[in-house]
Design a binder for this molecule. Structure first.
Ligand SMILES: [Fe+2]
Length: 343
């Protein structure tokens, strides 16, 4: 069974024939009489390697090579140039362009075969390595996600009041980021970051965290520290560098009156500004021991009142749109259903 397909491009029929005689026993061959014919072949089938004559009328080897590389699907196919030109400069030029190898005519069958098998072997190893790296990366990502889920559970298990809070805030954050036009990759990063925004509550004593009734000023100061504590915890996860920003900056306010740093406007990292909106909305509409739930329309009014002072006006208007079109309610419902399933 022939494993590899080679595309041979040469304007000289005799050359094509010679190469065919040498290779047809070991490889599937596609023979093209010009650069154009080669490109046409490649729209139907992608070869594993290309033997490309440098000197051809109309479209020469360089132009054909450039045209092949234009297509993202073909940019990694190894190309070996063939030419009668023994000039060193030509050889250097071909290799600089990104050719895998260079063979001068007249063709010596054993040399041709050996060069081809070496190039293909290298390419197979390369592909194998890429596949393994991709698999490992996915495994690491999954592991990180599982670790994040475990931390979130640990935080929420301590405080029945905020059960499900992190997951809802993360869900709203994801919807806002998506609506703002971020790529799915970034949206996912924001989601994970939002999941962990309150992780620093682990470091706040129960007597303060679970206190019913009003907090004393010094107790309030202690609660505020959950931002910095969280950021410090998350900075230890060095493989995911962006996580700590959500914890650190979600209590900053757009007018600079927030904590821990008192940053204002664009100084506050975007993830902090997004989570701030999602976090406050969730606190408004969720039941806590010290307060009743607020209706969606009252929460909407309160949120809008904070535009430009507490919240970034642009982000808030995106959020209001999602609230008005029912997206936020949908997310809340699906989070609640998920929670019931877990209980
Ligand atoms: Fe918080």
């Amino acid at each position: 069974m022939k494993e590899h397909t080679i595309l041979v491009v040469d304007d000289n029929r005799t050359n094509l024939q010679i190469i065919r005689d040498i290779l047809e026993k070991d490889y599937n061959l596609m023979l093209a009489i010009s650069g154009k014919a080669a490109l046409k072949f490649m729209t139907k089938k992608t070869p594993d390697l290309i033997l490309l004559d440098l000197m051809m009328p109309e479209m020469d080897g360089r132009e054909t090579f450039a045209a092949i590389r234009m297509n993202p699907r073909h940019k990694n196919i190894p190309v070996i140039f063939l030419t009668a030109n023994k000039d060193e400069d030509v050889e250097v030029e071909c290799l600089n362009m990104g050719a895998s190898d260079f063979i001068t005519k007249p063709i010596v069958p054993e040399v041709l075969k050996r060069r081809i098998s070496n190039t293909l072997e290298l390419e197979d190893l390369h592909r194998d390595l890429h596949g393994r790296i991709r698999k490992k990366t996915q495994e690491i990502e999954l592991l990180s996600l599982q670790a994040i889920a475990a931390i979130v559970h640990a935080v929420e298990a301590r405080d029945i009041d905020t059960k499900g809070h992190s997951i809802r805030v993360a869900g709203y954050t994801r919807a806002i980021a998506r609506q703002m036009g971020y790529s799915e990759n970034i949206v996912e990063q924001f989601y994970q970051t939002a999941l962990l925004h309150d992780v620093g509550k682990i470091g706040i004593p129960d007597s303060i965290l679970k206190k019913k009734g009003r907090l004393m000023p010094e107790e309030y100061e202690s609660i505020k520290e959950h931002t910095t504590i969280g950021a410090n915890i998350l900075s230890a996860i060095s493989t995911i560098s962006y996580l700590e920003d959500g914890a650190r900056y979600h209590h900053e306010r757009f007018d600079g009156s927030g904590y821990p740093r008192g940053l204002a406007g664009d100084e506050i990292p975007i993830i902090g500004r997004i989570i701030a909106v999602a976090d406050v909305y969730d606190a408004f509409v969720s039941r806590r021991t010290y307060k009743d739930t607020m209706s969606n329309s009252s929460a909407r009014k309160e949120m809008i009142a904070g535009s430009g002072t507490q919240f970034d006006p642009g982000i808030l208007s995106v959020f209001i749109r999602l609230l008005d079109n029912g997206t936020i309610d949908e997310i809340r419902q699906s989070c609640e259903e998920e929670e019931e399933r877990e209980d």
